[in-house]
Design a binder for this molecule. Structure first.
Ligand code: NAD
Length: 260
């Protein structure tokens, strides 16, 4: 049922975005992958996906901090892949500082990439989905879209904003066969997280397993990371017919964090 559909996944040359692109391609969906670096490796990632899964996969360079680039990403992907019926808003950045020391330009960047880009890609993609009479919009929020941590004011505000935006858009499109949901991961094992482990081991003088359990996953009751493959499979599920009546929902994938 998903075979041959066309998807855009923003911020998808690494981590969760790449995991989502892989699982959608595995389901036979043509994928537009994105970052703003436009490197040889970025284009190769797309070629590798096309070869491994036998789908169309194209890399699009677009800086999600810029409204016009968000619009152009959807337009270019529509031109090169065909009508876009699946939009996954995944691009996101983090910055940590006390609120009275938080650099305003970091606040603006987090708002632009983590929240406003979701609006700009969605407003551009929705007319095409309406014309098709079918669509799936999936926004990668966070456990921080439902709960807070200190020193992450911009990230928490933006991710809560994504959940609110998701609900509003879901209601607007409810009768048009277009669903809009948010996925709210807790800690996910990505290359970025993996890279932090050696330093944390040194800082806390702990072995790998202890630093993961006691420091990194202190707030995640299962004491296990989610994997990028699991997040990708959940996104593929939200695209499926089984999920047609799931809309406006923040779906937690956080090992019990928000149940605490
Ligand atoms: P990551 O840094 O590995 O990937 C982020 C991706 O976004 C990269 O492909 C990067 O190139 C892209 N990106 C960054 N700025 C961009 C810009 N201006 N324009 C276009 N692309 C840009 O991060 P990740 O951990 O895979 O996170 C992906 C999403 O998942 C983010 O929205 C993040 O907030 C969310 N998330 C992550 C975790 C986690 O534990 N890793 C948990 C909850 C939510």
């Amino acid at each position: 049922m998903l075979q041959g559909k066309n998807a855009i996944i923003t911020g998808s040359t690494s981590g969760i975005g790449l995991g989502i692109a892989r699982q959608l391609a595995k389901a036979g969906i043509n994928v537009g992958i994105n970052s703003f670096t436009d490197s040889k490796e970025d284009h190769k990632l797309a070629d590798d996906l096309a070869q491994e899964f036998g789908v169309k996969a194209i890399y699009f360079s677009a800086d999600m901090s810029k409204p016009e680039a968000c619009v152009s990403l959807v337009e270019q992907a529509t031109e090169k892949l065909g009508p876009i019926s699946i939009l996954v808003n995944n691009a996101g950045i983090q910055f940590v500082a006390p609120v009275d020391e938080f650099p305003p330009q970091k606040w603006d960047a987090i708002m632009a990439i983590n929240l406003s880009s979701v609006f700009h890609t969605t407003r551009t993609a929705v007319p095409g989905m309406k014309a098709l009479g079918w669509g799936r919009i999936i926004n990668i929020s966070s456990a921080h879209g439902l709960t807070a941590s200190p020193y992450k004011s911009a990230y928490v505000a933006a991710k809560h904003g994504v959940v609110g935006f998701t609900k509003s858009v879901a209601l607007e499109l409810a009768e048009q066969n277009i669903t809009c949901n948010a996925v709210c991961p807790g800690y996910v094992m990505t290359p970025l997280v993996e890279a932090q482990i050696p330093e944390q081991m040194k800082t806390h003088n702990m072995d790998r397993e202890t630093v993961i359990r006691e420091v990194m996953l202190a707030r995640q009751p299962t004491r296990e990371f989610a994997t990028t493959e699991q997040i990708g499979d959940i996104v593929a599920f939200l695209c499926s017919e089984a999920a047609a009546q799931i809309t406006g929902t923040p779906l937690s994938v956080d090992g019990g964090w928000t149940a605490l």
